[in-house]
Design a protein around this ligand. Sequence first.
Ligand code: UN1
Length: 489
Amino acid sequence: MQEYKLFIGGEWTDSATDKTFYDINPATLDTLASLQVAGKDDVDRAVEAAWEAFKTWSETPPPKRAMVLFRAARILEERKEELAVLMTQEMGKVLPETRGDVQEAIDITLYAAGEGRRMLGETTTSELKDKFCMTVLQPIGVIGVITPWNFPMAIPAWKLMPALVAGNSIVMKPASDTPLLTIKLVEVLMEAGLSPGVINLVFGPGETVGKAVVHQPEIRAISFTGSLETGKWIMGECAKAMKRVSLELGGKNPIIIMGDADIDLAVDGVLWGAFGTTGQRCTAASRVIVHEEVKDEFTKRLLGRTQVLRIGNGLDPKTDVGPVINESQLSKIEKYIHIGQNEGANLLTGGKITNPGLPGFFFEPTIFTDVGPDMRIAQEEIFGPVVSLIPVSGLDEAIEVANNTSYGLSSSIYTRDISSAFRAIKKIEAGITYINSSTIGAEVHLSFGGVKGTGNGFREAGTDAIKEFTEVKAVYFDYSGKLQKAQID
Ligand code: UN1
């Protein structure tokens, strides 16, 4: 079993605490690695190393910084299969999905590398003669990055790659359930030629290590993906310190199925959105808002397809649904089953912890029907294979129900009517709307993020990726040789 220290200033160094924790395979409960828990002093050391490295990295021309990313993408491509297998062992999701996760990391790496020769500012006019005006993008400095376990390589890459090409240096705390894939990603970047100290890794629980990163006074910005509750706390702390913060939080993503929808296509989309990644995506479809005209037919077909899903080890090609990440998530999902039943929803199938001959954390794909839009199972993010069917009688009601949530990440509508589709695009309060496909499957060259409780206005990936990690400077270049006064002369 591999033992990991902390990665600071380009070296694996001992933590100041004598604590360690274990990285466990959620299907087999095998221990994959042990890792040292960082202390506050270690976070300080990491920040110091990051500022030291910032001096040269921020002065390296962006196209040269981008070359590191291009090389990293090539190495990731060569190791894609090996990394995907390791990710299934560490996180549990099925192999085709972990291949997709690594591919998403490769995609954003190449996309961000392209920014090395773009990172466009603006040139514009001046109200005064012989004066030249432009904006340039500059790095922020040292950024604290805190990532979740459900996309062990893609989400770290979404944050790291644009931040790096923009010239920042990083102190990162990966999720304690999936630190290995972050370590692999950083190893690849180091192999690709990243200078020591540009990325530093500290490990351990959010309550201590995450907190120390958020509170570290020399960290200029925090980029966080995780729960609404933690995100709110981080935003509050960052407000007190006037620290920049970008948040990517939860979702309660709806799929609307209209009476004119292609029902089989909708069933495919709901199965993929609700039970893919065992429901553990912030883009998972957890509410299906279905028109009464097709409710019975849709429910029957969905039930048939759900009951034949095979639960098991994600490495087994026969498995459709892998394990849940850990014991506490498993009990959280179980708790929501009781909540749903007590609220009066009808448990159509699933609802139980199960054992496919493995000791890990498995939960049956679960469907609730007759769910009221205000029930807790229709409001709170469960982050497991549980979907709630909510009947409606028309488009306006469907959109109202879709928007009846504190989140606003992804959304979808199945319809053959163009007007319904455009109405949904306009009216659904979400950062992403799909037409005739599921709520998951965002591509890296489009902005990713949401409204309301899903975030604080930032977007990741796409053309917004660079904005998250740069400051804009406005430059006024006066070559008139005399004092000119804007708004006055
Ligand atoms: C997440 O669920 O945290 O669109 C990210 C998707 C993926 C990204 C999901 N490309 O589902």
